[in-house]
Design a protein around this ligand. Structure first.
Ligand code: ATP
Length: 549
């Protein structure tokens, strides 16, 4: 599937527009149009329904976007949420290292520290290919010679979209200062205008209150998760939850990405759907396995069935130091394989950090476990038990502990983009090519469109009455303009699963035609049964005359 075609369909049909387009747009920001807002909302609602409302062990939260700045010190975002970037002294532009161009490298020398200018320009990311063709080495060997760190990145993330860029960044970081003068920045007239790589923090800074000084600095949240950790104690104190349990949140996050790209895939403002699932340390491995599987299945169940969906476990040297397991759910977008959602076993890291930075006790007393075991232990009170454990590093364990966290963290915009890519099809209907978005009915922005076959003989009135009736229950659309074939085609492009047409026969026997978007099959049902018929179909009922009917 061609990404340009999807982007243009999204614009033309009102799924996604560039933000502030009348002013030339703003890089990394997007607006959802009338169809897009319904699609994304349906995805978020389905997630919420399945993760929160459909379970009895997860509750929801809606936290503020701006939080106390100490939150981001505790989480590590102030110190470590960085990308390496360089500034160009000539053009005042800022680049991620992988965007830079290098004068051609001489094949006889050993890069990256020993190369000479041979003319022409070359992207750092393309450098391995150049080396391969010049010396006949395999790509892996070429990177190995040039930069072992980059080679390792390529090995651990073999199919990752950004692996070459990450590797190129690693390569750039290793280029000695005296050799940087040979690098030509984009749009610069001569090489040598770039600064040394610097770490660039991805959090958007703002200030709170009338005075702008160091004490007023605050950040737009780069993830929703920290609001959940900061409220852990509050939620426990409501008494509605007991271990194991989860807290979920859906909301905007902001990252000042140096290179936003690939449509909405990497944006500077985006929405996350995050679950923090808290459990006893001894049960964490089991819950990690559970969520890893359950989250993958969620995408499959909603239509990402093809072999484009993958579950990739991080290699041990890729894991954050506090994590004992992380898996990415990846999708093969037209621009490459990339992450939709990460599921991480985060141990007690997050609550431990907030306990340390806030000075508040964030441990959990597992009353159920204590009540279950106390007789067997021969203690009447927990206090007594604690006395016997004096001097131990975790005297309250296994009854009082910092819970472990399993975090499935998904992006609503990336999910929306993946479902759009998967749904997009071009096929032949009656000798004509049509574009159709084959969304799962749960996600389709419009569930059914109602049409009068022609604009006379009382058909519009009858169709309008059916539309009004359906509108009380579903997102539906009424269209009486143009030839019926064109109207069907317009709805195919919007991803509407069903068409309901009032025609000549409706006026004589009271039935209407149903049309299925995917197969274009048609069948008739009584007009007064459309609400129930549509409900059955949306809930997975078989299409009359279709397979399994
Ligand atoms: P990446 O490696 O692609 O930058 P990440 O590993 O930093 O992603 P997380 O911090 O784990 O991402 O965020 C969880 C989820 O939030 C991601 O799986 C993704 O769906 C979404 N997400 C993160 N950054 C962006 C972004 N810039 N634009 C859109 N969605 C994003």
């Amino acid at each position: 599937m061609d990404m340009d075609k999807l982007v243009s369909l999204c614009k033309r049909r009102g799924f996604i527009f560039p933000s502030s387009e009348i002013y030339g747009g703003i890089n990394g920001f997007w607006d959802y149009g009338p169809l897009g807002v319904e699609l994304k909302r349906n995805i978020k609602d389905a997630w919420w329904r399945d993760i929160v409302q459909g379970r009895d062990d997860v509750v929801g939260l809606d936290c503020s976007i701006i939080m106390h700045p100490k939150v981001w010190e505790a989480s590590g975002h102030v110190g470590g949420f960085n990308d390496p970037m360089v500034d160009c002294k000539a053009t005042q532009q800022r680049y991620r290292a992988d965007q830079l161009y290098v004068f051609g490298l001489s094949a006889k020398n050993q890069p990256p520290t020993d190369f000479e200018v041979v003319g022409g320009t070359r992207k750092l990311g393309d450098w391995a290919d150049f080396w391969v063709s010049a010396v006949g080495a395999s790509p892996a060997d070429a990177w190995e010679t040039a930069c072992p760190r980059a080679a390792k990145l390529l090995k651990t993330k073999p199919n990752r979209l950004e692996a070459p860029a990450l590797a190129a960044t690693a390569l750039y970081m290793e280029i000695a200062a005296e050799d940087r003068i040979k690098i030509l920045a984009p749009n610069a007239d001569e090489p040598g205008t770039l600064t040394a790589p610097r770490q660039f923090n991805l959090m958007f800074k703002t200030s709170v209150g009338a005075l702008e000084d160091a004490s007023s600095v605050a950040y737009l949240r780069p993830e929703t998760a920290q609001g959940i950790f900061a409220n852990f104690k509050n939620v426990v104190d409501t008494g509605r939850v007991k271990m194991p349990f989860g807290i979920a949140q859906v909301g905007k996050s902001f990252r000042n990405e140096i290179t936003p790209r690939n449509f909405t895939f990497r944006s500077r403002e985006f929405e996350q759907m995050e679950l923090e699932f808290f459990c006893h340390p001894e049960e964490a491995a089991e819950w990690y396995a559970y969520w890893r599987k359950a989250r993958f299945q969620w995408y499959v169940d909603h239509g990402l069935k093809s072999d484009k969906l993958r579950l990739r476990d991080h290699a041990s040297d890729e894991l954050a130091f506090y994590s004992t397991g992380t898996a990415d759910i990846e999708y093969e977008f037209p621009f490459g394989v990339s992450e939709l959602e990460g599921i991480a076993h985060r141990g007690e890291y997050d609550l431990g950090q907030h306990q340390k930075f806030s000075g508040k006790d964030l441990s959990y007393f597992d009353e159920e476990r204590w009540e279950r075991d106390k007789a067997g232990l021969g203690h009447n009170s927990f206090k007594e038990y604690l006395k016997t454990r004096e001097g131990k590093p975790n005297p309250g364990y296994p009854y009082q502990y910092i819970p472990n966290v399993i975090e499935p963290s998904a992006g609503a915009d990336r999910a929306t983009l993946a479902f759009l890519c998967e749904a997009y099809k071009e096929d032949e209907v009656a000798g004509e090519t049509r574009t159709v978005l084959k969304f799962h009915p749960r996600f389709a922005p419009i569930k059914a469109a109602v049409f009068p076959l022609v604009k006379k003989d009382g058909m519009p009135e009858k169709a309008d009455a059916i539309y009004r009736d359906l509108r009380k229950h579903f997102a539906v659309f009424y269209d009486e303009k143009g030839a019926i074939g064109r109207r069907y085609r317009r709805q195919d492009e919007a991803g509407t699963p069903f068409g309901i047409t009032v025609d000549g026969q409706t006026l004589t026997d009271g039935t209407v035609t149903f049309r299925d978007r995917d197969t274009c099959r048609q069948w008739r049902i009584p007009a007064d049964g459309v609400v129930q018929a549509l409900r059955d179909l949306l809930e997975g009922g078989a299409i009359p005359g279709g397979e399994g009917s």
